[in-house]
Design a protein around this ligand. Structure first.
Ligand code: GLU
Length: 310
């Protein structure tokens, strides 16, 4: 039985959730520390579900493209784990940070080993590993995302250029890790790969599709390709659950109960094990940096479709 066999019937339910959460857009703030992202439309709102049997349902602005930012950390982690397996854990931990995603303090105390691969420092180490293990890491990672999304994907050139030029905090983190011997490539090279995957443009519909390999024991349901082994897929889900939503992962586990990863452009990707990928999009963020309306939409979705893993 398809997890979304009644996809058509789900549309009114999703529309209802959108109506309920729409007022929350006004209570959030669209990110402004990356000026190239000022084109984000704060009125946009979308929910998309894509199940492991290929059924999809999407409502709202589900075909609007945006730079996926930190959501890309999931795909980078999957590729790195596929390349080096558990060796990755010698260079990055698996604990929630309890600090903002771009904090430097912890890194100093913990001698250049980032808390987890979902924060910037951890993702920079992942980028370093990809530079070491891929022929052309940018091409290989983009190719993975395209295969998972089932479409060609573009890069947001403005976001890419701007973050490559700036990114003082990310640069500082990379140098600090380098000083502890936890970075093997030039800071510029690592940062370039990191900001490149953050600037990949996707739609909410494509994100839901791209999440499905994590709901399907590491196998992309469209192609049957093994993206990561089943044990690794489980571990990525565990890391998303505990570390994927900035400093609100506890609240997400409590109110949504699914592995999630959010990004500063206002999207949140969620995994419903054995069933489907889900994604929501609404640019205004709450104080913890998660999409304000998106967070509540996932909460209602999880409650009404009984999706929590707990
Ligand atoms: N490229 C952004 C940064 O490194 C990603 C932020 C995010 O989505 O959390 O600051």
């Amino acid at each position: 039985v398809s997890p979304l066999s009644d996809a058509a019937d789900l549309e009114p339910l999703l529309e209802g959730i959108m109506d309920e959460v729409a007022p929350l857009k006004q209570e959030g703030e669209v990110n402004d520390y990356i000026p190239a992202m000022d084109h984000l439309d704060e009125e946009n709102l979308a929910i998309a579900l894509s199940d492991v049997n290929g059924n999809e349902v999407a409502v709202g602005d589900a075909d609007v493209e945006f730079a996926i930012q930190s959501v890309s950390k999931v795909f980078a982690l999957a590729l790195a784990l596929e390349k080096v397996g558990p060796d990755l854990w010698e260079r990055v931990n698996r604990e929630p940070s309890g600090d903002p995603f771009n904090s430097l303090v912890q890194l100093e105390h913990e001698e250049g080993i980032p808390r987890n691969p979902m924060i910037n420092a951890g993702s920079l180490v992942v980028a370093d590993v990809l530079l070491e293990t891929c022929g052309d890491a940018q091409v290989e990672l983009l190719d993975l995302m395209q295969r998972l999304a089932g479409d060609d994907l573009a890069i947001d050139d403005q976001v890419y250029t701007e973050e490559r030029r700036g990114g003082d905090r990310n640069r500082a983190m990379a140098h600090l890790m380098g000083s502890f011997g936890n970075l093997t490539h030039e800071v510029d090279e690592v940062l370039d790969l990191y900001v490149h995957h953050c600037a990949v443009r996707m739609t909410t519909r494509q994100l839901a599709r791209a999440a499905r390999f994590l709901a399907n024991d590491g196998v992309d349901p469209t192609s049957g390709d093994v993206i990561v082994s089943e044990p690794l897929a489980r571990r990525i889900n565990a890391i998303m659950l505990t570390c994927g939503t900035y400093d609100a992962a506890g609240e997400f586990a409590f109110s949504v109960g699914l592995p999630c990863k959010s990004g500063v452009s206002g999207s949140i990707l969620a995994v419903v094990p054995d069933r489907m990928g889900a994604a929501v999009f609404s640019p205004p963020l709450d104080d913890s940096g998660n999409s304000n309306a998106g967070r509540e939409a996932l909460h209602l979705l999880s409650e009404r479709l009984d999706l929590s893993i707990f």
